[in-house]
Design a protein around this ligand. Sequence first.
Ligand SMILES: NC(=O)c1ccc[n+]([C@@H]2O[C@H](COP(=O)([O-])OP(=O)(O)OC[C@H]3O[C@@H](n4cnc5c(N)ncnc54)[C@H](OP(=O)(O)O)[C@@H]3O)[C@@H](O)[C@H]2O)c1
Length: 198
Amino acid sequence: MPTVRITGCDYGIGFEFARQYASDNWRVHVICLEEDSEQKIAAVPGDVQFHNVDVSSPTMLKSLADHLQEEAIDLLINNAATFAPDGPGTLMLPDIDEFTRVMKVNAVAPVYVASAFEQHVARSEHKLIVFIGTRSGSIGDNTSGGHYAYRCSKTALNMAAKSISVDFAKHGICAAVLHPGSVATETGRVGRYQWLKA
Ligand SMILES: NC(=O)c1ccc[n+]([C@@H]2O[C@H](COP(=O)([O-])OP(=O)(O)OC[C@H]3O[C@@H](n4cnc5c(N)ncnc54)[C@H](OP(=O)(O)O)[C@@H]3O)[C@@H](O)[C@H]2O)c1
């Protein structure tokens, strides 16, 4: 039975990934930000294990990696992401701390997630790491501007993923960035992607 580990499963695409992999008989480890998500995850049929981890906390990542010990991870999906509301002014910049928080969760944390589970993926059969990116992070595709925090974080994620693909090639690990298209996730959250027309 292959194993998948998915970050950001409280809602949206991450939750649906967990549900579908479990129904395809994968062993699923979900990482959720909120403790309260445990009940929802427990209702998903299949071999699904819940972990309450903030991916931007290296301490929590390390303790989860230690807890896993010798287990293999066939597919690691870096899905968790966050957003910053638009602010005032021509550039509609959010508060600088919000901008930095988005960079930390969306661009920096996935590198630390990949690093924490490097050996677990390396010892697996499939050896895959996926980063959920977005066309909003494409420099060539940016014709509408704005959304600085989210766009910059996802562009930086592209570069991080490229370096990881080079550095982990020695293990036979394949790392890729995938854009899921425009997905109408949780009611009330859809507006976050209103500028995206995939
Ligand atoms: N939906 C789209 O149209 C679309 C388009 C392009 C790309 N994407 C990408 O697809 C991925 C999933 O998007 P989505 O629409 O499913 O978004 P979502 O519904 O907001 O889900 C993101 C998940 O990540 C969690 N999360 C945030 N910060 C975290 C942290 N520090 N540690 C652990 N988990 C954390 C969130 O928890 P909380 O809700 O509790 O904060 C949430 O469960 C993202 O990478 C996004 O950039 C989505």
